[in-house]
Design a protein around this ligand. Sequence first.
Ligand code: SF4
Ligand code: SF4
Length: 426
Amino acid sequence: MTEERELVGRGGFAGLDACVHCGFCLQACPTFLATGDEADSPRGRIELMRALERGDLAATDDALNFHLDRCLGCRGCEPVCPSGVHYGHGLEAARARLTETRGVPRLARAALWFLTTPGVSAVVYWFGRILRATGLPRLFVGWSRLRFAMGMLAATRPMRNAKFGMRNEKAGVNSAFPVPHSALLFRGCVMQGLFSHVHDATIRTLSVNGYQVREIPGQVCCGALHAHAGLPDEARALARANIAAFSDCDDPIVVNSAGCGALMKEYGRLLDDAPVGPGQRFAERVRDVTELLAGDGGGGPVPAAPLDLHVAYDPPCHLLHAQGVAVPPLKLFAAIPLLELVQVPGAAECCGSAGLFTLLEPEMSRAVLAAKLERLREAAPQVVATGNPGCLMQLGAGLASAGIPAEVCHPVELLDAAYRAAGRYE
Ligand code: SF4
Ligand code: SF4
């Protein structure tokens, strides 16, 4: 077998080979910071994963499962690694190996079914919206599992704060504004079910910036939750369906959920068809909404009206670490005069949401969240902005449970409010 073939055959495990055990990644790892246990660090987990691959540890090994299950998959360890270890790919490969042996935990399987199965998820999200509209989830927010879930649901509501002059009602775009480009909207599952107001804001803000956003029928879940749960075959089936649905042109595919965008930008690797296969071609068209708004030249969005707000930006791990998108969201905030970005130490660390992690590993998830909440309490922003549904729900529930008076919203909601204030909409 040639060396190249051998690497491909080893899948994501090959990405771990570069580790030289230097330990630079330890202080970037939220779970290591929470427990101080080497086995909860990237370096420790890499050793466990390599032992799994060599067969020195069985996939049924309790300690192996325990410490890999406690990994957020946030990939905060990747940008600080001087050797270029592809930790996330290794973790996906290891989780797939564990899943082959033990199956998917029942709770994870149920969550995937309820949240991503067409037809089923529509009913779940409909019920969620009804419950949200009663206002009850906001009243019951707290730290128990049920109360935290209520807080997560409450955090999905459109941002409404009369003090800031923000509303998120339907509005048309001023038709005098030119729309020379076209982009295709990826709607996703949770984003469509509970954050359709962010889709509306995405369409409006892109229109102001020269994009006509088109709807694409036949699209499905991106597959990220499946890939992270160790179900690569299910993720591949979903990827193929999306590739077929978006295949009628080469226009950019706009995504406003960092977790979805991160996997969709890796469809080529997932389907193993780089450099010119359909997965890779699809991946190259995927753009986070902030990338499109920032413009190809990086000049930033069309300037908006002032919003006198103190905003803490919490970059989603799957935008910052997995996609490497750091500057475009900052350009979005810079387009809003008077908006002041509050610097929060450790903002680039995971909030503990990590897809289904908050549900499956609540203890570790809350420990990671607690560190962030303390720093937010000190910084005292009026708004915490983040571009991923899981992060919005986790941070919203955490802030409300901790009694910190800050609202959460997607960055495009702020730009949308500022464009409304500028009279950009009819
Ligand atoms: S993953 Fe990278 S930073 Fe961490 S120990 Fe290995 S080589 Fe060092
Ligand atoms: S992915 Fe996140 S939680 Fe897992 S080892 Fe890397 S930094 Fe730590």
